[in-house]
Design a protein around this ligand. Sequence first.
Ligand SMILES: Nc1ncnc2c1ncn2[C@@H]1O[C@H](COP(=O)(O)OP(=O)(O)O)[C@@H](O)[C@H]1O
Ligand SMILES: [Mg+2]
Length: 385
Amino acid sequence: MFIVSIGAGKNQIPLIKAIKELGYSIIGIDKNPLAEGFQYCDIKVIESIYNYHDIYLLLKEQLVFDDIAAVVTRSYGQAIKTVAYLSQQFKLPYIDFNTVDDLIDKSSFRTIAAIHNIPMPHGFIIHKKDLLKLNTLSFPCIIKPPKGHAKQSVMIIDSYHELCSYMKSVKQDTVLIEEYIEGDEIIVLGFVHNRTFYIYDISDKILNAKPYFVDRMHVLPSQYYTMYPELQKLGQMITDAFALQVTPLLMECIIRNNSIYLIEAACEFGGEYLADYAIPARLKSNVFKLFLQAIITGKVNVPPKSSVAAIVKYIMGRNGKLVSYSMPKNNHLIHAEMFAKPGDILYYPKNNHERLGVIITKGKTVEKAMQTADTLLEQMHIIIE
Ligand SMILES: Nc1ncnc2c1ncn2[C@@H]1O[C@H](COP(=O)(O)OP(=O)(O)O)[C@@H](O)[C@H]1O
Ligand SMILES: [Mg+2]
């Protein structure tokens, strides 16, 4: 039996390895013939993940219908659409293909969420030409592109004047304006199986300085772990609203006065090193494998609760040139990575792609894991001129 992986790049590797460990053969699909994950694949299909129909024809040519146990991806956006299309063609449960666009577009998502009473910040789409009609807006507010990702162009706006100059500066004709919720932000990573939502883990998110929304640190377990039942219920509401059958599901929420506001939900394992390093280090379980096992065997396992802590701490650069650094070593270090090399020009990060590096640690308590991360960062002697 085969499992199809939509994408075979570096990010895809933990999922591809999990497929291998479960004893399935892998069909990897990627337009890049040198994709790093291809080395683990039994069949390589060099094709863009955007061309879902072509991929379907290629698979149909090479295999009999019943050979495919699942189609999965570690990626987001368009890759999910391709998974949904192929799953539909091969009669495997996933997300309805026609629902994927509504899940990706923040404005359609809001419309459906509102019908199902999913708690989100108030918000609406505004066209550039209608800016003058806006007289009831209160500030600060949040603006974001309807199809954004990785905090690109998400901003907090303090006045009508600022809003007008922002609107003039952006290319797109419409933006989403939302009520600003001041509170604590969390990420809930889970999955849907058989139309039921399960939580893997909950983490706290610490942001970098305003006005940008750059993630500076993730702390696990979340201080809001006690809200597990409410968060499970929220995940189930999303599952029901979008008729999700099988999928990973990530929710970003802000908690204010014990009320949960959903900021974003996505049918993906998410990035930010949570599924790859922090959750496995903390809970000793592989979320990719748990998801695949549920699909294949029908049996759902969620990781056991644990008080072990993990920290994903990003290294923030500033305007200048990276001169040098050294990589840290420590027993409690799970992973460290620099995204730039000596000689690179750096900027103060305005979105998640502009961060300088990351250190992931674990410890008996959050404080200990955090201390280790701080010590390691010092040991790196990062010099920026
Ligand atoms: N209504 C809001 N109130 C407060 N903060 C918000 C709001 N909307 C977004 N944010 C902040 O901006 C970040 C990015 O917004 P999000 O809609 O998740 O965009 P992206 O798709 O780029 O992740 C959120 O993680 C949160 O920190
Ligand atoms: Mg987000």
